[in-house]
Structures are given as C-alpha cells and as structure tokens.
Design a protein around this ligand. Structure first.
Ligand SMILES: NC(=O)c1ccc[n+]([C@@H]2O[C@H](COP(=O)([O-])OP(=O)(O)OC[C@H]3O[C@@H](n4cnc5c(N)ncnc54)[C@H](OP(=O)(O)O)[C@@H]3O)[C@@H](O)[C@H]2O)c1
Length: 317
C-alpha cells in the first residue's frame, strides 16, 4: 500500500497542478470576457463621438432605419448632419425633423448609389469645405427574397446594384472624407457590415459577400490609418427592426434601430469590430463556436423559412 502511494504520489501532484493550470486558464478567460462585456456594454465610450471630431457628420442611407437613427443620435450629440439618400422629398422631411428636434444645421445630398459613374462628383461638391468629423457608411440593400444564386430574379441587376450600393459606396465615401480627417489627425468612420459576413450566409450569397468586403475593407483601413488618429470601426449586427429586415415586430434580439445605435455608438474607439448590440454580440460568439456544418444548416433552414413566409405574404396581398 505504501509502495503504491509512493509511486502515485508525484503523479497525483502533477495532475493536481495541471488541473489548477487548466482551471486558472479558464478563470482568466472568463474574467477577461467579463471585463470586455463591462467595458463595451456597461461603461462604453460615450464621449468618443461628438463635435470635437469636427462639426459635421455624414450619413449615407439616412432617411430610414439604422441610417436615420445614426443621423438623429449624432444631431443629439450636437453635430451638424449631412444626409445622403435617393429621395429628395424624404431627405427634406428627415432634415427638417432633425433641425426642429435637435436645433442643428443639416444639409441634404440626393444620390442614388446604384449610379457609381455619376454621383460621386456631386457628393464631393456637396461636402466641399465642411469639417467632417464622422462618416457613417450605412447605405445598403438586401435580397428581395432569399434564394439559390441562379434562381434570384434579375440576377444581373442584383449583382450590379448590390456591389455599387454595398461596396463601392463604402470605398468612394471613405476616399472623399479621409484626406481632410488625416490632415486634422482625427475622425471616425463607421461601417455597417452584417453578421452574415462573420459566418457566411448561403441563399443571400451576394449580400454576404458584399458585407464580407465591408468587413475586410474596414479592418485594413483601420490598420493603415489608426496611427494617423483615425478610428475605423465595423459593425456586424444580426437583425434590426427596419424595412430591410422585414420582420413582424421588434424584440430583445431584434432591436429598434434607435436602440441598436444607442449601444453601437457607445462602443466607438473601444474595438475595431463589434456586433454593436449586446444580444447580437452573444449570437456572433455562438456562431463562432458552432461547427461550420451546423451554422450552414441553421442558416439555410432560417432563410428558407423566411423565403416561404415572404412568398406566402406576397400571395395574400
Ligand atoms: N436591418 C437589419 O436587420 C440589418 C442587419 C445587419 C446589417 N444591416 C445593414 O445596415 C444598413 C442599414 O440597413 P437598414 O435596415 O437601416 O436599411 P433600410 O431600412 O432599408 O434603409 C436603407 C436606407 O438607405 C437608403 N437607400 C437605399 N437604397 C439606396 C440607394 N440606391 N441610394 C441611396 N440611398 C439608398 C434608403 O433611403 P431611400 O429609400 O429614401 O433612398 C434608406 O434611407 C445596411 O447596410 C444593411 O446591410 C441591416
């Protein structure tokens, strides 16, 4: 008995310390995660965005959904706002609401981001002479209905429009505002990507690919310009209750755009990429630890369910 104890003694002790090391490692990871959650979602960085960056904010796709919520939040923080979207009538309405509510100057530029050949010289002229502190590259379009690549109606048009609106706009708008930000050594560029870019959503393939473009464009520009005082941050949210999302009602996991923006804007300067909203951050984490076959299966089922619902709704109307 004594001999057995003697031979197991050192092993027991080795296993014990190995166990302690493993537990300590997990405790360290857990504490680091708790600190991250606290920093991002409870403490936040509320002072990062405001007129100290420059008097003007520029928001693309500013007449509805997330873009409108960003424009309002920036105006609330005392920034003058340039609103860019397609319809002059909607732009005038949003601009006048913002002026009345937040007592800040506004400017509108009507531009259809489908037309990449013609609009950027006009936008450049509209932004001339403004001290731009923040650009929100928000404009984006989704699929009318999720579908297999070759079954998408008017596929040629969808490919062109999606690349022009979701990708080219981000590069061109960045190209327009970045030089003056670099000159002043300050500025923030916020880009709206999507959770689809994190795991790759089949059946909305072109959308996913455009959002992956935004994700990596943001990452690289951030690395290139962070030592020049510029913050480039990317958002990869899940569903937000807007026209594009086409969902029946908001809930904890599908926030109103104002709620999303309230959280997202408080993370600026803390991380280069986030879902922008705590419950979406949890979903991103979950998708990253799930095996790939499982995320593909879940996404396919969800998007096919969405497709059937949309087609059913269309038949009823
Ligand atoms: N909603 C979501 O669940 C969700 C999730 C993840 C990521 N995102 C991303 O968040 C961004 C905003 O989405 P959202 O849900 O707020 O969209 P939304 O409600 O459909 O609003 C889109 C805005 O963009 C403008 N717009 C659309 N096409 C345009 C064009 N060709 N030229 C100029 N402006 C155009 C629209 O204004 P007009 O129609 O008046 O021109 C509107 O102001 C997008 O990049 C989207 O991919 C959304």
């Amino acid at each position: 008995m004594e001999a057995a104890d003697a031979s197991w003694g050192p092993w027991t002790s080795r296993f014990f310390w190995l166990g302690v090391a493993v537990v300590a490692f997990w405790v360290f990871l857990l504490l680091r995660y708790v600190r991250y959650i606290f920093r991002l979602w409870i403490k936040g960085n509320p002072g990062a965005v405001g007129p100290h960056l420059g008097a003007w904010a520029v928001v693309t796709g500013a007449t509805d959904g997330v873009g409108k919520a960003f424009a309002e939040e920036l105006a609330k923080r005392g920034m003058k706002v340039v609103l860019i979207s397609r319809s002059q009538e909607k732009l005038d309405q949003v601009a006048s609401d913002i002026r009345d509510k937040f007592m800040v100057e506004t400017k509108t530029i009507a531009a259809d981001f489908q037309n990449r050949e013609t609009i950027y010289s006009n936008i450049k002229a509209g932004l001339e002479g403004l001290e731009i502190g923040i650009l929100v590259n928000n404009v984006g379009i989704g699929y009318p209905v999720p579908d297999r690549f070759l079954d998408v109606p008017e596929l040629d048009k969808l490919i062109d429009n999606m690349i022009n609106i979701n990708c080219i706009s981000v590069c061109k708008m960045t190209q327009l505002v970045l030089p003056s930000m670099v000159k002043r050594s300050k500025g923030v560029i916020l880009n709206m990507s999507s959770i689809a870019a994190v795991y790759g959503a089949p059946f909305i393939t072109v959308y996913t690919a455009t959002k992956a473009f935004v994700k990596y464009f943001s990452h690289c520009i951030n690395v290139e310009y962070k030592d020049k005082g510029i913050i480039v941050q990317n958002f990869v949210p899940d569903l937000i209750f807007t026209k594009m999302a086409n969902i029946p009602r908001p809930n904890m996991f599908r926030p109103m755009p104002e709620r999303f923006v309230k959280y997202a804007i408080n993370t600026v300067g803390l991380v280069s990429e986030t879902a922008g909203y705590p419950f979406h951050e949890f979903l991103v984490w979950l998708l990253q630890i799930m095996p790939k076959w499982m995320t593909d299966e879940v996404t396919t089922r969800l998007l096919m369910y969405a497709k059937n619902n949309l087609l059913k709704k269309r038949k009823e109307n």
